[in-house]
Every structure is written in C-alpha cells, then in structure tokens.
Design a binder for this molecule. Structure first.
Ligand SMILES: *Cc1c(COP(=O)(O)O)cnc(C)c1O
Length: 951
C-alpha cells in the first residue's frame, strides 16, 4: 500500500499528511496504560464487575427489570448481523432491520392508540422534551407556556426545565390531577400512570388543553397499556415513553429505545427516524426511511430535531419481545405485574403499613416515619426501593419481581418498623384471567384489578400476523435469521461510509455488555452497589480527556448530536455566568454535519454560516468578516476537525485564535477523531469543548442506527455547565463538578455499552491507538491513489494527501454518461458492497472511509468494483447501452429478477449479478429491486402492511 503511495514508511506518510503545527510533542504513553491482552482486559473487567452488587430493584421510576428472551439475546443483541449494521439509508440492503423497525412502530402505535409512531427516541426523558418541542411547532396557541405534570418522573422534569430554558419556553409545573385550572399554554404533559403510581384518567385535562388549542403529550408506560386504556383513547395528541421493559436490560440507565407516537395530522412533525412502506422498481412492497430522515442535512437549523443516531438495536429487541410474546403473552406479563402489586398492597395494609396509592398499575407509595431506615432494611433484605422524601418510599414491580416468590415477604420485613394496626384493604375486583400459555400467567396468583373499570382497556392491540406467528423458539430463531439474511452488515464486508467510521466491533470488546453485574443495575441504585461501574466510568472519562487534551468528560449524552447540544449548552451557561447573555451567535462552516446547526438552535443560538474555499477549508477572510459583524454577540464557532471534507486544515490554529480573540468559544466536532487519535489533541489546538462518537472512533457497534454514546469533553472553565443529573451517584468527573441541566434521562447515559470502549482503549494502549490512526490514514490514501485516475478526488491537503476519508467526485461521470451517484451506489450492491456516504458533504459525490479494520484484499475488492462500475458507466456514455436500460439503472438485481425464462435486457444475466467472477462463491442477494423513495413519501404508510401486500 505504501509503495502505491510512494512512501517508504507509514511514519513518512503520516508526517506528510498531518500538519506539524497541530501534532502533539510527546506520545500518549504516559497517559494511557500499556496495552492489555484480550484475556487480561476481560480479567480486569471481571474484577470491576465484581465490585457491583446486583440486588432486586423495585426502584421503578421509568426503569424496570425484565426478562430478555434468550432467543433475542443470542440472535439479536449478540449477533453481528444485527449489531454491526448501519442506519438503513440504503433501503435495498436493509429490509430486515426496516421490517423489525416497522414492527416496533406498529407495536407502539397499537399500544398507545395513536396513528403513527417513529423508530425511535433516545430515552423517555428526551422523548418528553421532543414532545414539548413538537407541541410548540404544531400548536396554534400564542402562549409560550408548557404545563408539566408535577407527578412525573423527576429526571423528566429536570430535562424539561433545562431544555425549555434554552429555547425560551416557560415551564409551569402543576398538580394536574387535582383538576387545576390550566393557565394559558401551548401544550400540556401528563405522566400516565403517574410517578407516584397513581393511575387516573387524563381525558379531562386533555380536553381542557384542546379548548385552548394546546397539544397534549402523555408519557405512558407501554406495559401498563396492555391493561389500561391508551393515551389515544383519552384524546392525547402525542404519546411518548420508553420501551425498556420490553426485554431490554436496565443496564444502569441505558441504552434503551424511547418511543413517540402521534395522532393523524402530526406525522410530518415527528422527530428522528420514521420507517415507511414504499414499492420497488417492480411494484413490490419495500421498506424505507421516510420523510425527514436526513432532514438535518437539508434543512439544517430549520430541522425539526437534531436526532441522528437513535436506538435501533434496542428498538429491534423491544419489537421482537412483542413478536415473541404476542398480545396474549404481553397481557399476561402485565397482569402478573399488576396482580403482584395488588397482593403486596393487601399484605402491607394487613400489616398496618400506610400504602397511600389507591389506583395503580405496578407502583405503590408508602408513608413512613423514616425513609432511610426502610431503605436500609430493604437493602439488607436484597431489595432496592425508591426514596421520595424523608417520609415517603415508593416501589414498583416488574416482569422479573412478579416471578420472585418471596419478594413480598422481604418487603414486609423492610417495612417492619412501620407495622401498625391492620388498615382497611380496598375491595379488589377479579377480572377474567386472559393470556397465552407462555409468559407470566402461571405466576399470577389471581386476576385482580385495582383501577376503575372505566380505565380498563377494551381495544385490541398487536393484531397483525407478525405478532401472532413466531411464538415458539424455533419459529422466532428462524424469523430473526430470515430478517438478518436480508441485510448487509459488517459481517459480510466493508461498509466504507465516510464520516461514520464503520470499524470492527471486536468480540472481546462486546463480551461484558450482557454480564448481569453491568446489565442488571438500576440507574438510581445506591453508589455503593455500583462501585465497579463508577470506577469504569471514571477511568474511561480520564482516558478520553487525556487523548483529546481536555480536562473533563461527561459520558451522559446518548449520541453525537446530544454531545453537541451538551457542549453548546455549556458554552451558553459560561457566557451567561459572565453576564454575556447577548452572546448567542454560533458560526458554522457550510460543510458542517447537519446536526451541528440543529443542535445550535436547540441551545438557543442563532446560526451564521461561514463559507468554505475551493479546497474545502474554512475561508479565513469570511470567518474574520463574520466575527467582526457579530463581534460582541459571538458565542461560538463550531468546526469539525479534520473537516467533513476529510482534510487536515493547517489554518486551524489561526481560526481558533481569531474566535478566542473575539471572546467566542471553540466547539470542535470530534466525529472525525479516527484521523487524529495519538497524533493531535483538540484541546491543544484551541478547542474549548468537543463531542466524541464512541460508536465511531471507539468501537461501539452502530446497531443499525444506534445505540450511540456522544461524550462531551471540555476545558475546566466549562466544567460547571456540563450536564449534571439530580439522581447521579456523583456529579464529579475527572475531579471537576458538572452542575448543568441533564441532557439524558439517566445520569451516565448508556453505561451498559461503555465496557466496549473501555476494552478497546485498554487493549490498544497509547501506541495501538496511534497505530490505528496510521492504518486508517493509509487506507484512505490508498483508495484515493488507486481511484484517482477514474474519479477525481475532490479535496486534498498538503502533499495531495487526504486524512481518514476521501471524497470521490462523480459529477463529471454523471455529466458524461448520465449515470448518477444513486446508480453507482445501487450497482455497488450487485458487486457485494455497502455504498459509501452519498452526497454529503458535497452533492453528487461519494465519501469513502475504509477505516483501519479493512485489509488490502478488501480495499482492492472495493477499488476493483469502482473501476468496473466506471467502465460500465462509460459504456452507457458511449451509447453501447440505452440510458434507461443498463446494468447501472437496473441495479440492484435480485435473484428473482434473473431467474426468468425470458430476458429482454441488452446486458446479460451474468453481467447483472456476477460482474466479478469471485461473486459466484460469495454473493449477497438483495431482497428487493430499487426502492421508489418519492412514492413512499407521497403515500405515507408506517405500519406493518397486510400480508396480502406481499402476495
Ligand atoms: C456522525 C456525526 C455527527 C452526529 O453523531 P450522531 O451520533 O449520529 O448524533 C455529528 N458530526 C459529524 C461530523 C458526524 O460524522
């Protein structure tokens, strides 16, 4: 590879590519421990895990223990065909995960009783925030007030407060259950059932809000909705929540899939991903991402949301939990949880314990004389309860504790000091036990109901055949395999997506994710119980701060976009603390990732675009002009380094100095860190704050579009404004306190996947990280060099070199031959490849990022495919094939499309599916022809289509 590039050593190459001005003088060796072997790293992880204590959590508050069916753990969570896939932008190679996601949407829409659900939100708390922002966009009310239920989860209220303040929404927290008069408002939020456990009918509040043109957002517990009437039936406009308790381990807070569903008329306001049904070139149904999927790249600061990476893998797990259990199974599980709660209430009342909750699904509040004493006794009995205040304790049952035969006895023990004279036991109505043969019915002692009959659910859900077919493990295993076989993930070949860093997610790195000591923790468990995870987090934060040249790191943000928001909110907090409230202008280069502008708006900033020059660099003159024009309003510059053009700009130090001289802060988008790690640090060349993408540079798998972790790293002056959390076991990070408002529902975001990054850094060591950078830069330059004669490489830095990715300009080819970027991307499927990033950051181009994980054989296979496609396009340009009937516009080709007795195309069947001989032995067959994107947007359909559609 080096000789192709004309370099003698890889060090020579890297020295030429990375500008000397930004290189770190010493290596990271003093900062990162020496590389551990796989065996050693796992042993250290086991020692950390052993420091955690997993007690039975009855803490509830949005996080519940659940039983992940083993068939889902093994075939989804631990299966690279699912976890190494990318976001399904290329629908033809993503039909499996798109089907799984449409199952998710159908499940959410059925259970919430609303028309359209997305896939997915980052967690419940941020989903409520998105609901508030949606209400602001959609409501015709003039008011600036959003009314929130006082009896909501505290983490949700903390998120609402922080996010409302940033965009100038006035938050009013009110006791809605008392039937309070609603002030003038544009939206109202109700928790259903309430955080206290109380289950009450929100219909009259919703109606009162509608009278004022308000939009009603209801956060509903999906499992409760199996028994109680849905938000849709109560008139809600928007339902939000989490799907965690549908088989996704608590994992100390995440990752889990949040959800959002809306009534008809609001579907075009949905943030995030929405899967829809369209048709392929032959008219057969095919799935795709609909509408605003890539809207940040198009609408930028006008985007409805900054959410890019979501929680796809977890949404798939939750959907499959519903597929496996079916409506009867889900109902049985819900009944068992409810019955367990009813029995506990009865027993506690008989012991004179003052249970104050009257109507409920799974949670009870208890008045006590000394909450700490009760919690201590509970812990001694192996139970974790939730302390509301000194005189109130709360607990919730779940699928796991409902099967725990002595949990009620242990509760009685925990409340021993509170025992008094027996209290009246409320009348409990028996209901007909419903349910299938699996799940929890066997454990439900009685069919009991402790909520009014008017709230009982009578409507059906999960009626589609997909939820009523795969109920045996054999059927489920085969369904999951069938879907996985439709998709292209890293277990088939390279996914050379620029800006996405689709590197290996090593098996050893993945190992600890499912260990119960990490997966079984409740996010609000006491610090002593989670000591091992807290230590892992502290080590990881320190390493990440050290490799980026910052002082402190917060692992709370659940994606890159959320890290951006957290960083910009920190900048906002800093300026305001200095009395610079007017500093609200955020400069963003035209080449920036779309999330940058969308995040700036959510941080209450005004976006001003800075031009790029012909080489793709920030245009210094325009930057200086914009700084001057906005002098004392300048809040920040947001730049990506190396740039989204894949080039190291050597002006970066002058750029950051100019911003600092004007009193602004520098945000460096760290998504491209894979080109820098071990060679340069953001903090050393002027960054004040950055986010990193652990699901890019640091090996967390992409999961088909999530989970992600987007830690925010900053200099010490911004530390006080980084995200804190009211329930955090500690708000001290790398020795500095984080006191800003939260950006995620859980204090540490998604801790159960942090062992992946921990293991990567631990097994690489400082030298290994630098070596990965070298290999990534070498691979990108190798591809650029080999393809340069066939496709112009759009931008290069000094010495004609690129960083870790390269942009191939297809516009000349399109002009000469009429073959588009889309045609090339789809033809790559026939050659057995996932397309590179299309038309970002430059329309009409492909951005290729091979990463360090691909060897020369795979790189050559890709180069040969691209050269082959170029020749095919040239043949079309030369008139050898008609413009509307050739291998490129006909791509991709399915097996069905060539298995015909008649063949009318001017190219052969072999040319169609075996353009390279080697494909005969290893062929990926796409399940559909090219999907019609526009048709799907015009005819929006976001639920499982009827089976007949596939006839
Ligand atoms: C991926 C990416 C982001 C957004 O990260 P998400 O985790 O998808 O939210 C932001 N900026 C750049 C340059 C990126 O490549």
């Amino acid at each position: 590879m080096l000789s192709t590039l004309g370099f003698r050593s890889i060090d020579d190459l890297v020295s030429s590519a990375i500008p000397p001005g930004i290189r770190v003088d010493e290596s990271l060796e003093s900062l990162i421990p020496d590389a551990a072997s796989e065996r050693e790293a796992l042993a250290e992880l086991r020692a950390l895990a052993a420091q955690n204590t997993v007690r039975t959590s009855l803490i509830g508050q949005g996080y519940y223990d659940t039983i992940t069916p083993a068939v889902i753990t093994r075939n989804v969570l631990e299966n690279p065909s699912w976890y190494t896939a990318y976001t399904p932008y290329q629908p033809e190679i993503s039909q499996g995960r798109l089907e799984a996601l449409i199952n998710f949407q159908t499940m959410v829409s059925d259970l919430t009783g609303l028309d359209t659900a997305n896939a997915s939100m980052l967690d419940e708390g941020t989903a409520v925030v998105e609901g508030m922002l949606l209400a602001r966009r959609a409501s015709k009310a003039k008011s600036n007030v959003f009314v929130a239920d006082a009896d909501a989860f505290p983490q949700t209220l903390a998120l609402l407060e922080a996010r409302a303040a940033a965009v100038g929404i006035e938050l009013v927290i009110a006791d809605l259950r008392g039937g309070a008069e609603l002030p003038e408002h544009f939206g109202v939020f109700v928790q259903y059932p309430a955080a206290s456990g109380e289950l009450w009918n929100p219909a009259s509040i919703i109606e009162a809000s509608h009278e004022q043109k308000g939009i009603a957002v209801v956060a509903a517990d999906l499992l409760a909705l199996a028994l109680v009437a849905s938000p849709g039936e109560h008139g809600a406009d928007v339902a939000v929540g989490t799907t965690q308790r549908f088989g996704v381990p608590m994992g100390f807070g995440g990752p889990h899939a949040g959800y959002m569903a809306v009534r008809k008329g609001l579907e075009r306001q949905l943030p995030g991903r929405l899967v829809g049904v369209s048709k392929d070139a032959t008219g057969q149904p095919g799935y795709r991402l609909s509408l605003q999927t890539r809207e940040q790249h198009i609408r930028r600061e006008k985007a409805t949301s900054n959410i890019c990476t979501a929680q796809v893998l977890l949404a798939v797990m939750a959907a499959m939990y519903a597929v496996y259990h079916g409506p009867q199974g889900i109902r049985s599980i819900a009944q068992s949880v409810h019955a367990k709660t009813v029995m506990a209430q009865r027993v506690l009342l008989e012991h004179g314990v003052r249970v104050t909750t009257k109507q409920y699904f799974d949670s009870l509040s208890v008045a006590v004389t000394d909450a700490d004493a009760v919690l201590a006794r509970a812990a001694a009995a192996g139970l974790l309860l939730y302390k509301v205040d000194e005189q109130t304790v709360r607990f919730s049952f779940d699928e796991a504790s409902a099967q725990d035969s002595d949990v009620t006895a242990r509760l009685v023990e925990a409340f021993a000091e509170e025992h008094g004279d027996p209290l009246p036991v409320p009348e409990q109505r028996a209901v007909m036990p419903l349910g299938g043969d699996r799940g929890a019915r066997a454990y439900a002692p009685l069919g009991l109901r402790q909520y009014p009959e008017t709230l009982a659910r009578t409507s059906e859900y999960l009626t589609h055949p997909v939820f009523n077919t795969h109920h045996s493990e054999t059927a489920m295993m085969r369904y999951l395999k069938r879907l996985a076989d439709k998709d292209y993930a890293l277990d088939r070949g390279m996914i050379p997506l620029g800006s996405c860093t689709m590197k290996l997610n090593a098996a050893t790195e993945m190992d600890a994710v499912t260990w119960p000591e990490f997966a079984g923790l409740h996010p609000f468990a006491p610090a002593a119980d989670v000591a091992g995870t807290l230590e892992l987090i502290a080590q990881l934060e320190t390493w990440l701060a050290d490799v980026t040249g910052y002082d402190t790191v917060s692992l709370q943000p659940n994606a890159g976009s959320q890290g951006e928001l957290a960083g910009l909110l920190a900048i906002r907090g800093y300026h305001r603390a200095n009395g610079d409230d007017q500093r609200t202008v955020c400069l963003i280069p035209s080449s920036a990732h779309g999330t940058n502008a969308a995040s700036a708006v959510l941080a209450g900033m005004k976006v001003v675009v800075v031009a790029c020059d012909d080489n793709g660099n920030v245009e210094l003159a325009d930057l200086r002009a914009k700084i001057e024009a906005h002098a004392d309003q300048l809040a920040a510059l947001m730049i990506t380094y190396p740039s989204t053009h894949g080039v190291y700009e050597h002006d970066v130090v002058r750029i950051t100095e100019a911003v600092h001289d004007a009193g602004g802060q520098v945000y460096i988008d760290g998504a491209n860190l894979n080109a820098l790690l071990g060679y340069a640090r953001f903090g050393d060349f002027g960054g004040d704050v950055s986010h990193l993408n652990l699901h890019k540079t640091f090996c967390i798998p992409h999961g088909g579009g999530g989970p992600g972790v987007g830690p925010v790293a900053a200099k010490s002056h911004l530390a006080p404004y980084l995200p804190g959390h009211p329930m955090a076991q500690t708000n001290i990070h790398s020795g500095l306190t984080h006191d800003g408002g939260p950006v995620s529902a859980a204090p540490f975001g998604s801790p159960s996947i942090l062992p992946i990054t921990w293991a990567y850094i631990r097994m690489m060591g400082a030298e290994g990280l630098a070596r990965a950078t070298r290999a990534a830069v070498l691979s990108a330059n190798y591809i650029a060099a080999r393809l340069r004669d066939h496709f112009p490489v759009l931008y290069t830095g000094d010495n004609g070199l690129v960083a870790h990715e390269c942009i191939l300009d297809l516009r000349p080819l399109t002009k000469q031959t009429g073959i588009s970027v889309d045609d090339v991307a789809k033809r790559l499927i026939d050659y057995g490849f996932h397309a590179p990033t299309m038309s970002f950051p430059v329309p009409g181009t492909l951005m290729v990022e091979p990463t360090e994980s691909e060897d020369i054989a795979e790189l050559d296979r890709f180069v040969d495919a691209m050269i082959g496609i170029k020749a095919e396009a040239d043949a079309v340009g030369a008139g050898e094939y008609p413009a509307d009937d050739n291998v490129l516009v006909g791509a991709p080709h399915t097996a069905e499309s060539i298995a015909t007795s008649e063949w009318t195309h001017p190219y052969s069947r072999e040319q169609a599916v075996y353009p390279v001989r080697a494909l005969v032995h290893a062929k990926y067959w796409p399940p559909v022809r090219r999907i019609d994107q526009a048709y799907g947007d015009r005819n929006l359909m976001c639920e499982c289509p009827p089976i007949e559609a596939f006839a």
